[in-house]
Write a protein that binds this ligand. Sequence first.
Ligand code: NAD
Ligand code: WQD
Length: 337
Amino acid sequence: MRVLVTGGAGYIGSHICLELLEAGHDVTVVDNLANGKREALRRVEALAQRPLELFTADLNHKDDLSAAFSGPRIDAVIHCAGLKAVAESVADPLRYYANNVAGTVTLCEVMRQHGVSRLVFSSSCTVYGDAATVPITEELPPAPVNPYGRTKRMIEQLLTDLQASDPAWDLTLLRYFNPAGAHASGSIGEDPAGVPDNLFAFIAQVAVGRRPELRVFGNDYPTPDGTGVRDYIHVVDLASAHVSALEPAGGPAPRVYNLGTGRGYSVLEVVEAFERASGRKIPYVITERRPGDIARAYADPSRAHAELGWRARRDLHEMCRDAWRWQSQNPDGYPDS
Ligand code: NAD
Ligand code: WQD
């Protein structure tokens, strides 16, 4: 297949591009490089020893987007492009709705014009909000608690409406839990702009000496050690799920799958695992809770196993080892390109 990956120059998208190339698919990337790096794609090509095609274009620029569909026939789209910073979405919701929701509307219009009907969407466990029970199954009612999460849920709803309007669409919604780690080569990984929001990226920058200490947001949650518990999933496992999701699977579309390991780890367990994997001390201080945080979230990933034949294979140690390999080989992230 030729697969068009929106947001392919980003953290998760670059790992998906590599998995696709290694599985024998051809890849076209559409990315406006707002948070993606050209260098990431150069490294993907070097690892795969195969070229891909990059269109530097914004999803909301219909003509530019159309150009990406006008070359060799596109068989499927993996839609990763989006803005994802929760606090920023609270401060500037219009930017999030315009980029994420309107961008998806434009993408679907252009797909329809070009007769492309298969799409796999990067959704998030954030659509569940503060779920009443764990593990979280796909049956739990979505209840996102911030504008970012609501953009993800709105996109799920618009795709569900689209599927209902025309059974020719073949839509899959993948709800990622907490992506972590990097390709085992250490050549591609997560390169956040500014202060990292996410735990793994922050710890990696402390380990490499870019930041003095980690702030642990609260140790008074109802969890075994009082710190927040999450379902971290190795980014290469996550990427491989997209290759599986391209194959026709059971169940009526849109198909919805949780992508996680099914196991939760606390902040302090991650710190300890990272120290072991890196041989570096991670100084930390306990601070107040971060507004909007929840005590625990982890997936029931059994549907993805039953219907896609996929499951996460890499453990917390491998996430820490590979995140450290990436960060220690690239202490300042990708060079400017
Ligand atoms: P990322 O920022 O590294 O990648 C997103 C990419 O999309 C970037 O390269 C950016 O330049 C591009 N992009 C954004 N808006 C665009 C637009 N309008 N037109 C073209 N390109 C655009 O983020 P990531 O962590 O790789 O996340 C990928 C997807 O997965 C996002 O949709 C995100 O919401 C979702 N997701 C991420 C996480 C996580 O913790 N990283 C968890 C769940 C879901
Ligand atoms: C994990 C744990 C923090 C940073 C976010 C988004 C969600 C989804 C995944 C995209 C929590 C604690 C963190 C730090 C800390 N993204 N922590 N110090 O909050 O589960 O989810 O990423 O869809 O939408 O909200 O992930 O990595 O930010 O936090 O103590 O400096 O680490 O309190 O318990 P989260 P995270």
